[in-house]
Design a protein around this ligand. Structure first.
Ligand code: XMP
Length: 333
């Protein structure tokens, strides 16, 4: 663990000059570590794995093989953007796996939140391992481990509790053995973002709000159906668009839509219209352990309500969740 510790002399990377120096240094370190060998990376589209991907593309180009698994629970346009940025713009070696059917078939009829999480986590490893086995001559696995992950592991080890596995692709089968490449493991999140922008990644990707690994699976409550998942994806896209337009995206830490598995009676075009409610959640927090509710201007809430109920099939009401954490958690599950 010792050489995983950040040297006290290491300056906080808070400007492009320091970020560029870090990038140059890491490029040399990565080239030295991997030589001519190939490196595999599970690219989720989150900040950390995206920054690692951009750094590795710069250091070793086509020796990097990125695998993006779309589990069908991504937000609107998210997987398309990963492909656009990394494959089309950065010319990365990217394997895109649309595993939507694999995931949604396994999840059909499963309503218990923990069971859903386990299915998604396990299948993610299965899909990734299937892709890894098809590839030959890969010796290294790159990961977006960051410094708080290391600190938490150390803290938990000292406290003699089970050490939490922070690996992005934890639990890979034993027949897949890789040496790890973790170029941002000494950086804090704010530093990762500065490095990401210095690498030329889009602002929206670098400042992307946190998104749980199981994705929309924890926001489409109860047993997931494709119809309700589509409604959730569309409603969430409207919420994000309106937050952007109204300058709220910079002020609110996390905001999203949840759709429970209930319907209520509504009315549309003078006829009865049974639909799901869309629940808006918008919270501010420092460490996600507690969270407060952001005051959203009424006019914005009205606009979002009107757009969601008019534009999204199947939704007839919009609710705003006023519950802080505690007593609620941030996600509904
Ligand atoms: P809760 O719901 O526990 O969420 O208040 C706290 C924060 O963690 C995020 N979250 C996850 N992040 N993998 C992640 O990377 C997960 O499985 C996961 N589950 C929750 C959640 O979005 C919130 O920011």
């Amino acid at each position: 663990m010792q050489n995983n510790l950040r040297p006290e002399s290491m300056a906080r990377i808070n400007n492009f000059e320091l970020a560029n120096a870090f990038i140059e240094e890491q490029i040399a370190v990565i080239r030295e570590q991997v030589g001519e060998k190939k490196v595999l990376l599970a690219l989720s589209g989150g900040v950390d794995s995206s920054v690692v991907a951009a750094l590795l593309v710069k250091a070793i180009g086509k020796q990097l093989v990125c695998v993006h698994v779309n589990h069908g629970l991504m937000r609107k346009d998210e997987s398309e953007n990963v492909v656009k940025i990394f494959k089309d713009e950065l010319d990365a070696n990217l394997i895109y796996v649309d595993a939507t059917d694999r995931f949604l078939d396994l999840l059909a009829g499963v309503s218990d939140p923990e069971s859903k999480r386990k299915i998604i986590g396990k299948e993610f490893i299965n899909v990734f391992a299937d892709e890894a086995r098809k590839l030959e001559g890969i010796s290294y696995l790159a990961q977006g481990t960051i410094y708080p992950d290391i600190l938490e592991s150390i803290k938990q080890a000292e406290g003699k509790k089970a050490v939490k596995s922070h690996h992005n692709v934890g639990g890979l089968p034993e027949d897949l053995q890789f040496v790890l490449v973790e170029p941002i493991k000494l950086l804090y999140k704010d530093e990762v973002r500065v490095v990401g922008e210095a690498l030329g990644l889009p602002h929206a990707m670098v400042y992307r709000q946190p998104f749980p690994g199981p994705g929309l699976g924890v926001r489409c409550l109860g047993a997931i159906t494709r119809n309700r998942l589509n409604a959730l994806r569309e409603a969430d896209a409207i919420l994000r668009e309106e937050f952007d337009i109204n300058g709220l995206a910079e002020k609110v830490w996390q905001y999203f839509v949840v759709i429970p598995d209930i319907k209520s009676v509504g009315v549309k075009d003078d006829s009865r219209y049974d639909g799901w409610p869309a629940i808006i959640r918008a919270v501010n927090t420092v460490d996600a352990m507690t969270a407060s509710i952001e005051e959203i201007p009424y006019a914005v809430l009205h606009k979002i309500t009107s757009r969601i109920t008019n534009e999204v099939d199947g939704i007839n009401r919009v609710l705003y969740d006023l519950t802080p954490k505690p007593s609620g958690t941030i996600e509904w599950e």
